[in-house]
Each structure stands twice: as C-alpha cells, then as structure tokens.
Write a protein that binds this ligand. Structure first.
Ligand code: ADP
Length: 261
C-alpha cells in the first residue's frame, strides 16, 4: 500500500519524473543532489505514491550505525527477538528506501548499501545468518546537499558509482511561484513578490551568505502571511532570521525585504 492516500503535490522542474520511473523499472538506485529545501523529499514522496510503493525514510546522522539500518536483536519479554531495521524492512516489502542526508552517515555504515545496489540485490543479516533477497519493487534513494561540508565529507567513489544522480536546483521562477501559491496559500501578487525577493536574497551568496533561502522557507513565510502576519515581519522571521546571525548580512537582507514590501 502506498504511504499516501492522496497524491503528494510535486511540481517538476524537468523530466526527473520520467528518469526516476526508468530507474525504478530498471532497479537502479538514485542519488538526489541539491540544496536543502528544494523539493528532494517531496519528489521521493511523490514518486513513491506514483509507483504505488511504500516509502521508508531514514534521516542520516553521524551516529547512525549499520545496525540502525539493518536491524538488531531486542529483548522481547524473556527472550531476544530480531527486529528488522528500516533497510531490511524496505528490502523485504519492496519499498522505496530514502536515506536523507546520506553524507552525514559514516562510510562504514554506508557500505551496507553496496550489496543492495548491484546485481546481487541482497542484504546479509550477519547476526541471524539470513540473506535477504530484495523484493523486485525495492529501490534505494539517497539525497545530500553538495554545497554543505563539501570539504569535510564526501562519498567514496565505490559508493557513488552505484547511483544514477539527479541534480536538483531551486525551481524555475514560474514554478516556484506556483509552489508558493499552492503550498503557502497567499495571493498571486504576494507569491510573485516572495519569489522575486528570494532571487535577490540568493544573490547575497556571493557576499558571504552561506545558506540561501530555500523554497521551504518561502512556503513557511507565505503561510505566515496567509495567516495574517504583516508582510515585512513575516519575511524577517521566516526568511531573514533563519539564514544568518551575521548582523551586517541580516541588515542587507532586511533592506531587500523593505525594498520589496
Ligand atoms: P528537501 O528534501 O530538498 O530539503 P523538501 O522536499 O522537504 O526539500 O521541500 C521543502 C518544501 O518545499 C516542501 O515541503 C514543499 O512545500 C516545498 N517544495 C519544494 N519544491 C517543491 C516542488 N518541486 N513541488 C512541490 N513542493 C515543493
């Protein structure tokens, strides 16, 4: 059963839906690369719905162990019982397994993905001796933000080369306006102004703004506005303050807000 009863709204930027469908049909793992808040998770939710597959999502972090993914023995009443982790569970049930921010996971953890992403499509449960053969519908999807901690962390080539990679960017202007309208619930003029403002704020990247406003932040700000928060205040708290603690950068961003609204 798909996780979502109704279709998760996803506005495509190109032919990513067709590419993903081909990957699914050919049992190819997919890597989504792009800045935070640009629609990667929503895309996976939409594709799981479209393909009628359950979705198992794991948010990766640097304490994530192979056992967290594969499973472990847990005390159950008076005995130890094996509990599948999300990866094993997804492989058995033919789910799409989405590892968000996979770059955060340690390399020795990520290595457990290898046997599932090549011709073997197996997962070995060393502690029980079981070898899971992934259901034909199983698909692995990972995402990460290449701009973030690029120098500190990277994926091994032996891992990277197991994926088809789709590059995500913020949506084109007209589509981002449509997303803000639909998700944020403002009127068209406000959605238009918010996206124009976002483009200006994204331009501050060259002046040292490390994190630029994402579509997610625009949607959140639009929701505040639709809920009755005054325009400028909504932009200060929804767009400016989350992005930087630097006084001069925040000042420059507020100036751009004041010029827009
Ligand atoms: P990511 O996984 O890239 O960090 P998300 O998929 O969580 O980002 O997107 C954040 C929010 O932005 C979503 O909840 C949705 O409201 C909106 N969004 C971004 N891109 C799209 C899109 N292409 N179609 C629909 N909604 C989008």
């Amino acid at each position: 059963m798909p996780e979502h009863a109704s279709q998760p709204f996803y506005m495509p930027s190109g032919n990513e839906i067709a590419v993903f469908e081909q990957c699914h049909a050919n049992q190819l793992a997919v890597m989504l690369k792009g800045p935070t808040g640009c629609g990667k998770t929503r895309f996976v939710e939409h594709m799981a719905w479209r393909l009628g597959r359950p979705l198992v999502t794991v948010s990766c972090h640097d304490d994530l162990t192979a056992s967290d993914l594969v499973g472990r023995f847990l005390i159950h009443h008076d005995h130890m019982a094996w509990q599948d982790g999300p990866l094993a569970s997804a492989a058995r049930q033919g789910a799409i397994c989405y590892l968000d921010e996979v770059i955060e996971a340690r390399q020795d953890t990520v290595v457990v993905l290898h046997s599932l992403t090549d011709h073997r499509r197996t997962l070995s449960l060393e502690k029980t001796g079981e070898l899971i053969h992934a259901d034909p519908g199983f698909q692995l999807v990972v995402s990460y933000n290449p701009g973030y901690q690029r120098m500190l962390k990277d994926m091994k080539p032996s891992t990277r080369q197991r994926f088809v990679a789709l590059d995500f960017e913020f949506p084109p202007t007209d589509r981002e306006i449509a997303i803000v309208l639909r998700e944020g619930g403002t009127d068209t003029a406000t959605a238009h102004a918010l996206v124009t403002l976002a483009h200006k704020l994204r331009g501050l990247h060259d002046r040292g703004l490390v994190e630029v406003p994402s579509t997610r932040l625009l949607v959140a700000t639009a929701k505040l506005i639709a809920g009755g928060i005054p325009l400028r205040q909504a932009c200060y708290v929804g767009l400016v303050a989350p992005l930087s603690d630097d006084v001069s950068l925040a000042g420059a961003m507020r100036d751009l807000v004041d010029l827009t609204f």
